[in-house]
Unconditional design. Structure first.
Length: 568
């Protein structure tokens, strides 16, 4: 009689002590709901239309389940924050692709991905629903590839492990392609307040994704085993299911037990100014000088409270991205208004502004500028990763003729070429602007360059009250744990917040509220293991996932060759 661990391997790999088990005994595709949805018992009908209709009928139940699973995964993310649904989503996709053909798995992945991204990215409806649909379809193509890969590797031994690696590989590709990638929707970003979050300190967001995907796939393995035993009444044969579940529970508990370093080497008193805007949406700027005046006024109110003894004077002040709606070097009234506010508070202020490119007409820099009360503007950081179609238009000349909405992006943002480590008062802070918080490499390089705390300057006024600010704040929480750094998010209209190195939000200003949050934040020099290993875990896991696909292809070809020889 085989041991419990051997039995687990047999249940996962599709073999038994007596030799290969027929597909009906091991594949949920043949014995579970997915298989019943994808059965191919229908007789052949001539004609392309009839074949297509037959295919649609066969796949409809499985497609419906995939759509539901994609919706469940979307609800794991902010603003809903139902993180356990991320495990359910992974488990469901594993079950729905297990034992299927690569083509069937790809279709299932697509049916899973489209509703997932439609719900996750619905905040883009401010730009237009066509933008929501177009980006969702493009991103769903990556999950299409994932679905096909999950199906192809589902017959390999230890398939839950390869499934988890493939999730990392899918995110690796989506974070980089095309046009610099779009990392929204990573499993890690749905788990910024779950037992898996501390794993970010060991291997960053990729390790969190791997752990979530592995636990989800192990839960799917439990379902596979238990489904195969339905009606048998044999408890002993259910031991592998309990072992898989126990491994999933152990992994979850191990994640929660990872220590997150938070001890401060020093502290600094900061004030974050949220000046607010007059309206949400594409036209949030209002009349010229309105935004910069809002932030200057809020800063002057703080200065008055300090003078009256109602508030403590900070060491530095942080304004958000685009807090000056005019280039202060081109418009003296904007320069003077900023300078007045900075002198009133008497400490350095990090100001966000769009600065005209000095030599390239039609280009602007998205900058954070250190403004000193005595010396005026000094060191600055320029956003390195402008958002395609939002901050610049690729193939502008050709696309603008087809999509006139791109004319609302009159100038292209020019990317910066260095990290945003800035000396602001007594602190050495790392400036990261808006969507850059979603990209591992930019934040990692900023901490590596010596940032003792992180500042996320952002302008989410376009997407106010859509759920997008909550999604971005979740990324700040993960970065805090990943790098062991306090993270300060300064937003024009919200959500401005202070996040401790353990990922806890300690201060917060609601959306569309003018206000100031004052806090003492820790400054840290110690780096986490995630800082030291960098992108290595992601590359290793992604390569293992791709190698599992290659192995499945080779094994499948050998099996077909053997069958052909046997028939001869």
């Amino acid at each position: 009689m085989p041991s419990g661990s051997d039995t687990t391997a047999e249940a996962v790999s599709g073999t038994s002590p007596d030799g290969p088990v027929p597909p009906a005994a091991t594949d949920p595709a043949a014995t579970g709901p997915a298989a019943e949805a994808g059965a191919t018992a229908e007789p052949h009908r001539p004609g392309r239309a009839r074949r297509l209709a037959a295919l649609v009928r066969r796949e409809a139940p499985c497609t419906g389940l995939a759509i539901g699973a994609g919706i469940a995964l979307a609800l794991a993310f902010p603003p809903y924050d139902l993180w356990p649904l991320s495990l359910l989503g992974v488990a469901a996709l594993s079950l729905l692709t297990r034992g299927r053909s690569v083509r069937q798995g790809a279709w299932t992945g697509f049916a899973f991905g489209v509703p997932f991204f439609l719900i996750l990215l619905k905040w883009l409806h401010v730009v237009g629903w066509d933008a929501v649909i177009g980006l969702s379809l493009a991103e769903a193509l990556f999950l299409t590839l994932l679905g096909g890969a999950l199906a192809g590797t589902s017959r390999l031994p230890a398939w839950p492990l390869w499934a988890a690696c493939l999730w990392v590989a899918e995110e690796w590709a989506r974070d980089r392609l095309p046009l610099g990638g779009f990392p929204w929707g990573r499993l890690a970003f749905a788990n910024t307040g779950s037992p898996f979050t501390p794993l970010a300190a060991l291997g960053g967001a990729p390790l969190v994704t791997f752990a979530v995907a592995l636990v989800g796939a192990l839960l799917a393995a439990c379902a596979v085993i238990l489904w195969g035993l339905r009606g048998s009444g044999t408890l002993r044969r259910a031991i592998p299911a309990f072992e898989a579940f126990g491994l999933a529970a152990a992994l979850t508990a191990a994640g929660a037990a990872v220590p997150v370093p938070t001890k401060a080497d020093d502290t600094v008193d900061i004030a974050v100014v949220q000046g607010n805007v007059q309206q949400a949406g594409m036209d949030f700027l209002g009349r010229p000088m309105m935004i910069v005046d809002n932030h200057a006024t809020a800063t002057e109110k703080l200065a008055a409270d300090i003078k009256a003894g109602k508030a403590k004077k900070p060491d530095l002040v942080i304004w958000p991205e685009n807090s000056s709606d005019l280039d202060p070097f081109q418009y003296p009234q904007a320069y003077d208004r900023i300078d007045e506010a900075v002198k009133s508070i008497g400490v350095p202020v990090l100001v966000g502004a769009l600065i005209d490119h000095p030599s390239k007409k039609g280009y602007v820099f998205n900058e954070g500028i250190v403004w000193d009360p005595k010396k005026g503007p000094g060191a600055s950081y320029t956003k390195q990763h402008p958002v395609p179609f939002g901050e610049y238009v690729p193939f502008r000349e050709q696309l603008s003729k087809i999509i006139t909405r791109f004319q609302r992006v009159p100038r292209d943002f020019y990317p910066g070429d260095h990290t945003g480590v800035l000396k602001i008062g007594p602190a050495r802070l790392g400036d990261v602007i808006c969507f850059e918080v979603a990209y591992d490499e930019i934040v990692h390089e900023t901490v590596g360059a010596g940032a003792r705390a992180l500042v996320i300057q952002t302008n989410n006024a376009t997407y106010g009250r859509t759920g997008q600010p909550e999604q971005q704040l979740a990324m700040s929480k993960l970065r805090a744990v990943e790098h062991g750094r306090a993270v300060v998010t300064a937003a024009t209209s919200g959500i401005s917040a202070v996040v401790a190195p353990d990922g806890t939000v300690t201060h917060q200003i609601p959306e569309f509220t003018q206000g100031v949050v004052s806090a003492r934040i820790p400054l840290r020099d110690e780096t986490t293991l995630a800082d030291r290993v960098g992108a290595a875990p992601e590359w290793v896991l992604a390569i293992v996932g791709l190698l599992s696909c290659a192995a499945a292809t080779v094994i499948g070809r050998r099996g077909r060759t053997k069958d052909e020889k046997g028939q001869q």
